[in-house]
Ligand binder design. Structure first.
Ligand code: SF4
Length: 438
C-alpha cells in the first residue's frame, strides 16, 4: 500500500491515461539497467505494431525515402519490416533508430519505447518487470533499476495505457480461481527458496519438485489458509525430501519433448523479413523445423538459433558439454539465473497476464521447463569455444534468448505446450530434465 500511494503521488502524466491500477515496481535488489545503445533489440526482435503505431508511421511518409513500405502484414497483424539479417528497416548503421533520430523518441512504436520494461496487470495492481532479453539487463550493467524507475514509469504510462487497467488475476490451477493472498503466499515462498543457500541445481530441482507436486494435487478443496499451509509444508520439506527421491536420467520421450520445448522457446519465423515466404510455406517450414528438433539425434546439426549462435554444432556436440554445475564461473552463473528467476516471479511474468493468462501451477511448470532450456542452450552456446562447461557468457546468451520469447510467442501459450507439460510433470519429467542440464 505504501508503494501504491507513493506511485500515485509521483505519476507525472495525470491527464495522459486513465490510471485505475497502482504500479508496483520490481523488487529484485541489485538489478541494474541503462540503455548502452547496443542495438541488439532492433536487430533480433520482431516489432508488432499497434494501430496508433501504424498510423503514426504512415504519417511520417517513409515509403518514398526508404523505397519500400516499412509496414508488412502477417497473419492479420502489422509488423515493422525487417531486412534479411533480421535488422529493423529503421536501424541505422551507427546503431541509432531512424524514427527516433528524425521524429523523436515518442514517435517510435510503443514496443520500442517500452523495452525492456514489462507490465503485468492483475485485478489489484500492475506489476512492473524487466526483460532479460536486453543485453544490459542480463549483464546487470547501468544504473540501479530502482533509482530510475520513475523514468521508466513515464515511458510505460505514455506507451501503454491499457496495462494500467485491471486484468483477470491468475487462477491457482485449471479448475479453481485464486483466493485472497494465495498467489502472494506462493510467490513469496518461491522467492525465498530461490534465495536459499543450496546449490543452484538443487534449488532448480526443488522448483521442479514443487511444480510437479502441485500439478498432480487436488487443490479444489485446499483453499485460503489451508492452501498457504500446504505451500509452507511443501517448501519446508524440500531440503529433506529431495534426497529421498533420487531421479534417473530422462527417458527418450521426455528428451524428445524437451527438444521440442527448446524449439518452441527459440522459434523465430521472421515473418516480416524481406522475401519471407507466405503463410502456407512458413507454416510448413515451421512444422519441418519442429520435427527436426524433436528427432534431434547425435549427428543432427542443431537448427539455427540466431545471430551469434553456433551454426555447425550437432546435438551430439551439445551432449559433450558438461552441465552448468561444472562451469568455471558457477558463482556468477548462479547469480544470473537466480536474478532472472526472481525477477520473472516478482515481475508477474510466470503466470496471469504476464504469461498468456496461465494459472499459477501451469505457469510455474512452464517456467521450470524454461529454466531447463536455459541450461541446454548455454551448453549449445559453449560448443564453438570447445569449453568443457558453459561460461557466464554462455548462460547470459541462453537467458537472453529464453526471455525473448517468454510471454510473447503465442504458441507457448497454446495447447501443444500444455500437452507437453501435462506429460512432463509426471514421472519426474521436469526434475530429470532440470538435472540433466544443471
Ligand atoms: S523502430 Fe527504431 S527502436 Fe524500434 S526496432 Fe526499429 S530501429 Fe529499433
Amino acid at each position: 500500500m505504501q508503494w501504491q500511494n507513493s506511485w500515485r503521488r509521483i505519476l507525472p502524466y495525470p491527464d495522459c491515461v486513465s490510471i485505475s491500477l497502482p504500479i508496483l515496481p520490481l523488487a529484485t535488489p541489485g538489478q541494474r539497467y541503462s540503455c548502452h545503445g547496443c542495438g541488439n533489440c532492433c536487430r533480433d526482435f520482431t516489432v508488432q505494431l499497434r494501430p496508433e503505431d501504424s498510423q503514426r508511421i504512415r504519417q511520417q511518409a517513409w515509403e518514398n525515402r526508404i523505397g519500400t513500405n516499412p509496414i508488412v502484414v502477417f497473419r492479420g497483424q502489422e509488423y515493422l519490416r525487417q531486412l534479411a539479417d533480421g535488422a529493423c528497416i529503421f536501424l541505422l548503421d551507427d546503431g541509432r533508430c531512424r524514427i527516433h533520430a528524425e521524429f523523436g523518441f515518442e514517435t517510435k512504436p510503443v514496443a520500442c519505447q517500452m523495452f525492456p520494461y514489462m507490465l503485468a496487470p492483475s485485478e489489484t495492481a500492475s506489476q512492473m518487470g524487466v526483460s532479460f532479453a536486453c543485453q544490459s539487463v542480463v549483464e546487470n550493467k547501468g544504473k540501479q533499476y530502482n533509482e530510475q524507475v520513475s523514468d521508466a514509469l513515464k515511458i510505460v504510462l505514455r506507451g501503454i495505457p491499457e496495462v494500467v487497467r485491471p486484468a483477470r488475476s491468475a487462477a491457482i490451477s485449471r479448475s479453481r480461481r485464486a483466493e485472497a493472498g494465495e498467489l502472494e503466499a506462493l510467490k513469496s515462498r518461491l522467492v525465498r527458496w530461490i534465495q536459499c543457500d543450496s546449490p543452484l541445481h538443487q534449488r532448480l530441482d526443488g522448483l521442479a519438485w514443487i511444480a510437479q507436486t502441485l500439478s498432480v494435487a487436488q487443490l479444489n478443496k485446499v483453499r485460503g489458509s489451508r492452501f498457504k499451509e500446504l505451500v509452507d509444508l511443501l517448501f519446508d520439506a524440500l531440503a529433506d525430501e529431495l534426497p529421498l527421491h533420487p531421479i534417473g536420467s530422462a527417458i527418450p520421450r521426455q528428451i524428445a519433448l524437451f527438444q521440442g520445448s527448446v524449439f518452441a522457446r527459440t522459434e523465430d519465423p521472421k515473418p516480416v523479413a524481406e522475401g519471407a515466404p507466405g503463410r502456407f510455406l512458413s507454416t510448413i517450414s515451421q512444422l519441418r523445423r519442429n520435427r527436426l528438433w524433436r528427432r534431434g539425434i547425435a549427428d543432427t546439426v542443431v537448427p539455427p538459433i540466431g545471430i551469434g549462435w553456433p551454426t555447425t554444432a550437432t546435438f551430439g556436440h551439445v551432449a559433450q558439454v558438461n552441465r552448468v554445475r561444472e562451469s568455471p564461473e558457477l558463482t556468477a552463473c548462479d547469480q544470473l539465473v537466480s536474478r532472472w528467476m526472481r525477477s520473472s516471479i516478482e515481475g508477474g511474468r510466470i503466470w496471469g497476464s504476464g504469461y498468456y493468462g496461465w494459472n499459477a501451477v501451469d505457469g510455474l511448470s512452464a517456467f521450470v521447463l524454461s529454466a531447463a532450456t536455459v541450461g541446454w542452450l548455454a551448453r549449445l552456446h559453449a560448443v564453438d569455444s570447445k569449453a568443457h562447461a558453459p561460461s557466464l557468457a554462455n548462460v547470459q546468451a541462453a537467458v537472453g534468448r529464453i526471455d525473448r520469447t517468454a510471454g510473447r510467442a503465442v504458441w507457448l501459450g497454446g495447447w501443444s505446450e500444455r500437452m507437453r507439460l501435462a506429460y512432463l510433470v509426471r514421472d519426474d519429467g521436469l526434475r530429470r530434465l532440470v538435472a540433466s542440464q544443471f
